[in-house]
Design a protein around this ligand. Structure first.
Ligand code: ZN
Length: 66
């Protein structure tokens, strides 16, 4: 099974230090950028995996849901 072996998240910050957005690379390709907001998702057109942002009180998760 080789899916997501090249997945990568790049987090962009504002000048005030707050997180602005997350750029997602999956299957070795840049598949797009999502706003850093709870519940935001992006589906990879190559492998169909959903990448999601979950923000909790003092941390956040970047997850892949098959
Ligand atoms: Zn993919």
């Amino acid at each position: 099974m080789s899916f997501n072996k090249e997945a990568d998240y790049r987090v962009n910050f504002r000048e005030n230090g707050k997180i602005l957005s997350v750029e997602i690379t999956c299957c070795g390709k840049h598949i797009g950028e999502i706003r850093f907001e709870d519940g935001q998702t992006k589906v990879c057109p190559e492998c169909g995996v959903t990448h999601s942002v979950k923000i909790q009180h003092n941390h956040f998760h970047l997850s892949r849901i098959k």
